[in-house]
Design a protein around this ligand. Structure first.
Ligand code: FAD
Ligand code: NAD
Length: 478
């Protein structure tokens, strides 16, 4: 017999689940959100991977390590001489932990203020919209709801040839909490985590080698941007080895020996620490009782339709546990859509307009189609590019690396994609997202006044370049 009845129970309080719960409460639904995350001190900490061991702590360390590298090497270009710059890694980690706990406890506060019942412990979907809730150190109880949202998130992939030992071979969470800067750091996978965390430890003094199985670097980005990025990261000192298939790892006497194969043959390289960053898989083990007939794929991802409805009526799944990019904002938007649909609204989500960002320096950001996708689809397009080297503000900031690229339909001029590599690309991309959300053309951007001097002017110049009339770079008239 079920205990308390809710309109909605959400399992998982990551950016997908907690946002869904907050929006549902705003819409007047009686809502509970079950989450089992506890911080290293054992305190319940909502916010999931993103707040605890993902987006937030990685960005905290990216910021700190960037400041360190600036102080140690770049400030002198500005005429600022620092006599000595020392690294206090412990203080850097403490600040990161404070940022995380401020935000996780902020989510707890939001739950309280909006009337969401935050249930701390494990959740499991039973048949008939019932949920088994097992509090930390408590007995299981059964709750019932009219609707259930599953938002369990994902966990790092562990590969047989490099098992995690928590010390020398670690996942991204381990790499966010090293107690010393490794002299030699190996990373399997030059994807988003490899590049962001590789950048953090390189800036702090590690010699970083990334072993990437694919021949193509950053295959999901626009090829022109990926080419530029590879050049810059290599110049910065990241040793990125493409087409490198790791075959074995051995830990001996504090050293990790990694064997890999590439087009030129077999190789061996030794590290003090090895990070395995080869992707994540949905965390759906133990989430769904056997009696529930829920369709999942071979990776455990829950099958959903465009509205995140699962194969069980009234049960939805969102975030990293379902198809689509594993991004915090994608999960949050799905959570909002589902909460609104449950409340009777006709909400939808345009998956084409979800931006991607890699928070390296330069940052890389994009939305919409790449040039390669447009070519493959046979879509007629025009491309406009503006390099930051020609931007007054970028010059003043000493941030001339990179460019803005806009792709627009050759006949309608509607913007189909925007790609940025450069300082603050993560912020600039929002201009492309807003423009595309309103179905804007490159001419619409060209007709807009941008403040001078700003990096945003590069967006307008790229739009002008699509039209064949950029003002601050010399181009032959089209
Ligand atoms: P999660 O955040 O994983 O949350 C799921 C929650 O559900 C967890 O708290 C988990 O404990 C809980 N849970 C699972 N099963 C149960 C259960 N049965 N009972 C109770 N609770 C349960 N994305 C970005 O968009 N931008 C970034 O900058 C970014 N940086 C990242 C950096 C790193 C190092 C990593 C690892 C990831 C990063 N991501 C980033 C990805 C982002 O963290 C995820 O896409 C996002 O957290 C997914 O949200 P979610 O709510 O689906 O799942
Ligand atoms: P990823 O998919 O971005 O990169 C994994 C990389 O590992 C790929 O390039 C892949 O080719 C490579 N790889 C796979 N198997 C390999 C092997 N055996 N040997 C060598 N290379 C191998 O995954 P990730 O970097 O682990 O990140 C996981 C998820 O977290 C991603 O989906 C990402 O979207 C998300 N994330 C996002 C951000 C962000 O938005 N800034 C930051 C970090 C993580």
């Amino acid at each position: 017999m079920a205990g308390k009845q809710y309109d909605l129970i959400v399992i998982g309080a990551g950016p997908a689940g907690y946002v869904a719960a907050l929006r549902a409460a705003q819409l007047g639904l009686s809502t509970a959100c079950i989450d089992r995350w506890r911080d290293p001190a054992g305190k319940p900490a909502p916010g999931g991977t993103c707040l605890n061991v993902g987006c937030i702590p990685s960005k905290a360390l990216l910021e700190s390590s960037e400041l360190y590298e600036h102080a140690a090497e770049k400030l002198k270009h500005h005429g600022v001489n620092c006599r000595s710059v020392d690294l206090d890694l412990k203080a850097m980690m403490t600040r990161k932990e404070q940022v995380v706990s401020t935000l996780t406890q902020g989510v707890a506060g939001l739950f309280k203020a909006s009337g969401v019942d935050w249930l701390q412990g494990n959740g499991r979907l039973l048949a008939g919209h019932e949920v088994e809730f097992t509090p930390h150190d408590g007995k299981p109880q059964t709750l019932a709801a009219k609707h259930v949202i599953l938002a369990p998130g994902s966990v790092p992939v562990e590969v047989g040839f490099a098992p995690f030992d928590g010390e020398h071979v670690v996942d991204s969470s381990g790499a966010l909490a090293f107690d010393a800067v490794p002299k030699r750091l190996g990373i399997i996978g030059a994807g988003v985590i490899g590049l962001e965390l590789g950048s953090v430890w390189r800036r702090l003094g590690a010699k970083v080698v990334l072993l990437e199985a694919q021949e193509n670097f950053l295959a999901m980005a626009d090829a022109q941007v990926a080419r530029d990025a590879l050049k810059v990261f290599t110049q910065q000192g990241l040793d990125i080895r493409l087409g490198a298939r790791v075959t074995e790892t051995k830990v001996h006497d504090g050293t990790v020996k990694v064997g890999y194969q590439d087009a030129s043959g077999k190789h061996s390289v030794s590290f003090d620490r090895l990070v395995v960053a080869v992707g994540r898989v949905p965390a759906t083990d133990g989430l769904i009782a056997d009696e529930v007939e829920m369709v999942r794929d071979e990776r455990g991802a829950i099958h959903v339709d465009e509205f995140c409805q699962t194969s069980v009526p009234g049960v939805y799944a969102i975030g990293d546990a379902v198809r689509g990019p594993m991004l915090a904002h994608k999960g949050s938007e799905e959570g909002i859509m589902v909460a609104e649909r449950i409340a009777g609204h006709a909400a939808t989500l345009d998956y084409e307009l979800i931006p991607n960002v890699v928070y390296t320096l330069p940052e890389i950001a994009w939305v919409g189609r790449t040039e390669e996708q447009l070519k493959a689809a046979g879509t007629p397009y025009r491309s406009g590019v503006f390099p930051f080297a020609a931007s007054g503000r970028a010059r003043a900031m000493e941030a001339t690396t990179g460019m803005v690229k806009i792709l627009a339909h050759a006949e309608t001029d509607r913007i189909l994609g925007m790609h940025v590599i450069g300082a603050h690309a993560s912020e600039l991309i929002a201009e492309g997202v807003v423009a595309m959300n309103f179905g804007a053309s490159s001419e619409d951007i060209a007709l807009t006044t941008f403040a001078h001097p700003t990096l945003s002017e590069a967006v307008r110049e790229a739009a002008l370049d699509v039209l064949g009339r950029p003002l601050h770079i010399a181009r032959r008239r089209r």
